[in-house]
Structure formats: structure tokens, C-alpha cells
Design a binder for this molecule. Sequence first.
Ligand code: SAH
Ligand code: SF4
Ligand code: F3S
Length: 475
Amino acid sequence: MLERMNHTMHEENRQGEAYAPFVNDPTAYNKKFYIESYGCQMNFSDSEIVASILNENGFGATRNFEEADLILINTCSIREKAEQTVRKRLSDLRTVKKNNPGALIGVLGCMAERLKAKFLEEEKLVDIVVGPDAYRALPGLIAEAETGQKAVNVLLSREETYADISPVRLDSNGVSGFVSIMRGCNNMCAFCVVPFTRGRERSRDPHSILKECTDLLNNGYKEVTLLGQNVDSYYWVPENIETGKPVNFANLLEMVALIDPSLRVRFSTSHPKDITDDVLYTMAKYENICNYIHLPVQSGSSRVLQLMNRTYTREWYMAKVDRIREIIPDCGISSDIIAGFCTETEEDHQDTLNIMRHSKYDMSYMFFYSERPGTLAARRYKDDVPEEVKKKRLDEIVKLQNALSRESNQHDVGKTFKVLIEGNSKKSDQDWMGRNSQNKVVVFPKENYPLNKGNYVMVKVYDCTGATLLGKIEP
Ligand code: SAH
Ligand code: SF4
Ligand code: F3S
């Protein structure tokens, strides 16, 4: 069984996929780097910062790891499976050293801190280990590794936001760009390794965020997604409180929406405890802020939610969903769900299925619980739900979500949506693929309309599958 079961496109569904950037003018640089990213969109976004730092230091990107002087893997620790994938990939890449003994291999990202000793000492196949807050040290570490030493920097920072670095867009569709607005997380959900791998939460200067979004717009992009582990707790305080005002997430959203009405704004992820009415009203006020919220529930049982340290109850979550629907009636809502957390009973599991029905999620990311060393849950609770039970419950959750997604899509048949074209559909270059405001994928024939990716078009939906709306351009 797959540990992770997705059924529509989302920023996280690239987990485990190779991610190799492309460079237009490789001759501009005297050395080549290859980078592969795993995990969430934050990691993909970080790889774009790393690419920028490397470009500045004479490294151009290549898609072919065999010709690279520097091979980097940006790693994820969120579940055990994610770590296993990276380990396997690292041993595959070891072959490069046979033909090119001078090539350096580096591990970046969330596994760096936890596994630094192991990578360097036991496995001897990694030359450089760099944690998510130490990317500025990369050129120095490369120089150190070139002299044959093992180079490590996994220090976490309370300030680093890479605010001044312009990311080099890697493998982007040129339509939709991701902009990091904060780093780290202060939440300490009991199951989660992120606060340990990425450190304390800090918000990025709004001016640098606006500049990055404006640059994307000027480069032809039509959509920005503001990224953070918990975007609703974004809070930036100016150095001089006399001359400037603090900026919260609702303020930031509005500022980004005002850059240009043709620039769509999305964001991820919202923690149910922190999303405010102000945010919802701001979404309702601006047409270009997409009506879509990723609102991970994790569990539908108040008892389990408390053990998870999510700080909301089942009732509180359901009231939040109702509030969203009240303020933004056509809002798309998606979720993350964990099956088989410590002590979960059949009754708790039924509560999860029920809350899914109540929330009518358009889409969910569903996982079974994977204990992570060092987390609150690993220290305090026993991982006591047998694997077959976890899998059975996950299976039921996935089946229910498939039915809910289908229902939600059927509900859209007959409606007309404004769709932003992202490119050709996967199946045919005669069809466009784009998304509506609710983040649903819409596929429709190009016919003879003079359209291109990055254009908006009105599309009427006449049919659907579980994951896609099928439409026709409304003349
Ligand atoms: N900051 C986001 C989540 C980031 S991790 C939020 O709070 O919603 C993405 C998802 O991975 C989580 O929402 C959770 O559903 C899942 N996850 C995290 N740790 C996990 C673990 N130990 N086992 C299984 N799933 C986990
Ligand atoms: Fe992990 Fe919770 Fe932070 Fe999300 S909010 S990154 S689940 S600790
Ligand atoms: Fe993975 Fe780190 Fe993201 S653990 S999910 S890459 S924050």
C-alpha cells in the first residue's frame, strides 16, 4: 500500500519525484550542479534559493547528474518512507563517484540535522551536509569539501528568512510561482518532526515578499502561492514601530492581492486554530485571492486531537468549516488526515470519517501514522495501533475521500469557471489544463481559440472524473 495517497495535483504531490533544474546558458558558469528535491513545497522553494546562491558562486544547473560537479539532494523527514526514499537515491548516486571521483555529494534540508553523523561517518558517501537555515554557508562548505574534508552546517537560526535572495525558478511552468513568507514552526504537533528540522517560526519582511511577487508578475507569472507551515500566524513587526505598522497575514494577503488584479493569490498551509475571520473577509473581498483553503484536520476525534496537541476540538474545527462556507460560499476546502495515531480506537476513526463527511473535502492528503524519533508522540506515547489496522483505516479514509471528491466534482457539472491555463493536459496536446479558483484541475479542448498558457478563459464544465473537471471553452 502506498504510504501517501493523492488523487489530484497539489504542491505536495511532487514528493519523491526527481526535480532537476534546467539552465539556459550552461556556458555562463564554470561548474555544474544538479539538485533533486523531496518533501513539501517549502523544500522545493528552498532549492530555488540554493540555486540562486550557487549561480552567484559560479555553478550553473544541469539536469544530468552524471555531468555534475556537485550533486545535491534536498531531503524530507516527515515520514519514515520519505527518509527511506532519500537513502535509496543516495546509494544510486554513489555510482557517479566511480566515473567522476571529484564530484561532491551534498545532503540538504530536513534530514540534515538528524542524520548528519550517520551520513558522514557511516555511509561515507556524502561530502556536505547543510540544514535549511545554513544555505548561505554552502559556498564555503563546498570549498572545504573540495579539500577532502567533510563539511557540515546544520545550525538553525531564529532570524534567517533569505529575504534578500531572489530565487532562481527551477522547473516552473512559468505561470505559477511559490513565495516563502515565513520559515519554521512553533506548533509542536505531537506527531510532527518539522519544528525540529526547521526550527522556530519567523516571518519574512513583507517588502521583500511584495518585491518577489512583483518580479514574478513582471516575468509573466499569473499566480503566486504564499508558503509557510502555518501562514495564518504570519506576523511581522517593523524595526521602528513609530514609523511602520505590524503586518499580519490578512494584511499581507491584501497587500499581495493589490499588486495587480490579474495576479492570482493562493496560500498554504492554514492551521485551523489560527485562520481568522479577517483572513476570510479579505479572501471574499478580492476576486484574485483564490477561494481555496487547505485546512488540515489530522483527526476527527477530540480526544486524539488533544493527544496530537492540535489545540482545537472536533466541534471547533467543524464550526471553522461552517464559518468558511458562510463567508465564502463557494470555497474549496482540502485536508490532511492521519490514520492510526497512538491510542486511536475504532470510534475515534469513525469520528474522522464523520468529520470528513461534514467538511465535504474536495481533496485530502491521507497518511498512516509514522513515528518520528524525538517528537512529543515518540517520547510520550506508544505507537500502538497495529499496522494492518492503520492500513485498513487509511483505506476507508481514502475510499470515502474518493467518493467525496467525485460528489464535489459532480456538483460542478453545468457551472462555468474562470480558469488559468497552466499548459497542455498530460494526456493530449490538443487539450489545455488549468485550475479554477477552488484549485480544481480543469481539462478542455483547445479548439481554434488563440490562447496560451498564462491566459484566463471561461470554461463550462460538462463532465468530470474523480480528480478532474472536463469542460469546453465558453465562447
Ligand atoms: N504545517 C502543515 C503540515 C506539514 S506536514 C500543517 O500543520 O498542516 C504535512 C502533513 O504530513 C501533516 O499535515 C500531517 O498530516 C502529515 N504528517 C506529519 N507528520 C506525520 C507523521 N509522523 N506520520 C504521518 N503523517 C504525518
Ligand atoms: Fe508540523 Fe503542526 Fe507545525 Fe504543521 S503546524 S508543521 S503539523 S508542528
Ligand atoms: Fe518534509 Fe521538511 Fe517539508 S520534513 S514535509 S521537507 S518541512
